[in-house]
Design a protein around this ligand. Structure first.
Ligand code: ATP
Ligand code: MG
Length: 441
């Protein structure tokens, strides 16, 4: 019968599959983060990927790229609460964390240190380091007002770079002061830009009265000179804001954390105050921000909770992994310790039972599986697969060995082809031997 040609369906543009061996790097990074977060006493939080659109409109702000044009939003089929069904895929994590903390009254017994990892969605133009589904790791500290936790978060990020061997990221720091200070600055900034209205690009003109600080964040080189001559927010800060900033700097200095003060770092969003920071690199072109964060003492109240201070950061996993790859740092392989060669199909029940016990003892074992013909294949072809698996050892379950209650172990990696024999009655000894060459753990 003639088959109709079925068109292939590919992944959505800007959304990537992550297959092995690449996925090993992801698991490894996630593992390093979990380990580090535990050392700083940050606990994991998991929130839904879908939220009411209103949460992001309120939490991120109406006049932001994200809310203006980047969200994946849709009208859900209406249930009995007919007006509550405008939903969006989360474009970032902070708003959801804040919502969850409010909803569960999680600050009732004091502050919380939280972290999350997971996919975020923004309808941006896909390019290197910029995707429509991307992955963030975020840390949020809620309920503490002091520069000590701002510093802790920055030290935590720096420790992460060290733990994963990331070099070439530098820290940029600024303070946005408090709302009243920003309001004075905002007025001056609008006056300055109005005075130079002819030099403003379209984006800047649109934002002049709604979100003028965001103009400082422009990526348009033609606007650079104008921005560099603009009034500086730091000059508008009062003594309390300056003291907060200076205490943070003193802690960073005492810890040998280098930074530059970047007066154009504004993070654009209305709710940020006092500390803002970014870890940046020159190695990813326009996608140079690896990790960004700051204090958002007004957000919890803005989303409807009882006012409480908060600070956090988020990093882009794709960018971190691209940097590590660019550095040539070796990816973890998680190759099996051993590959089980099975010359005869009748041995399978006993072989699988043995492999179960080795795995229970911590050994990574890949079993040679039968092909489409139901056969296991020649000794030679099985050894080829054993080599390709990356395993250090082949376990050979030959009929003679099994009859003697033994398994032969052959070294695959060092070229010696050395072979030894282990008694099946002493699997713990075999398990230890198979794991002794592992440098991945
Ligand atoms: P950018 O200026 O690069 O657009 P952003 O200010 O929009 O970044 P945040 O919302 O602060 O980014 O998100 C924190 C981090 O998440 C960024 O520093 C970046 O590493 C990563 N990130 C943001 N958007 C994307 C994306 N579309 N694809 C991949 N990573 C992203
Ligand atoms: Mg962006």
């Amino acid at each position: 019968m003639a088959q109709e040609k079925i068109e292939k369906i590919s992944a959505v543009k800007g959304m990537n599959d992550i297959l092995p061996p690449e996925s090993a790097r992801w698991e490894w990074l996630e593992g390093a983060v979990r380990e580090l977060m535990a050392r700083y006493a940050y606990r994991n939080i998991r929130t839904p990927m879908l939220e009411h659109t209103a949460l992001f409109v309120r939490g991120i702000g109406e006049v932001t790229d994200i809310v203006e044009k980047e969200m994946y939003s849709f009208q859900d089929r209406s249930d009995k609460h007919g007006d509550n069904d405008h939903l969006s895929l989360r474009p970032e994590g902070t708003a959801s964390v804040v919502r969850a903390v409010i909803e569960h009254n999680a600050l009732y017994d004091g502050g919380k240190r939280l972290y999350y990892m997971g996919p975020m969605f923004r309808r941006e133009r896909p390019q290197r380091g910029r995707y429509r589904q991307f992955h963030q790791i975020g840390a949020e500290v809620l309920g503490f007002p002091g520069p000590d936790v701002d510093a802790e978060l920055i030290l935590l990020a720096s420790a992460l770079w060290r733990a994963i061997g990331l070099i070439d990221v530098r820290l940029e720091l600024n303070s946005l002061g408090q709302r009243a200070e920003r309001a004075r600055y905002r007025a001056e900034l609008i006056a300055y830009f109005e005075h130079h209205a002819d030099s403003l690009d379209e984006d800047a003109r649109r934002r002049l009265h709604s979100n003028p600080l965001r103009i400082l964040d422009t990526k348009n080189p033609a606007m650079r000179e104008l921005v560099e001559s603009a009034p500086k927010l730091l000059d508008f800060l009062g003594p309390e804001s300056l003291a907060h900033f200076n205490s943070l700097r003193a802690i960073l200095d005492a810890n040998g954390i280098a930074y530059t003060i970047n007066p154009y770092l504004v993070r654009g969003l209305d709710y940020y105050n006092l500390t803002v920071f970014e870890f940046v690199t020159d190695r990813l072109g326009a996608q140079g921000t690896v990790c960004a964060g700051g204090r958002y003492d007004d957000l919890i109240a803005q989303i409807g909770g009882k006012s409480a201070p908060a600070v956090g950061w988020a990093l882009g996993m794709e960018r971190v992994l691209a940097l590590l790859e660019g550095q040539g740092s070796a990816p973890p392989t998680y190759a099996p310790h051993a590959y089980a060669v099975v010359p005869d199909i009748s041995a399978l029940p006993q072989v699988l039972h043995t492999l179960q016990q080795l795995r229970a003892a911590g050994v990574r074992v890949q079993m040679h599986a039968a092909g489409p013909d139901g056969l296991l294949g020649s000794f030679k072809s099985q050894f080829k697969k054993a080599d390709a698996s990356g395993a250090n050892y082949a376990l050979i379950f030959g009929a003679d060995e099994l009859a003697r209650g033994e398994v032969a172990v052959k070294v695959l990696r060092d070229g010696s082809g050395a072979q030894m024999v282990y008694a099946l009655a002493d699997l713990p000894a075999l398990a230890r031997h198979l794991q002794s060459q592992d440098h991945n753990d």
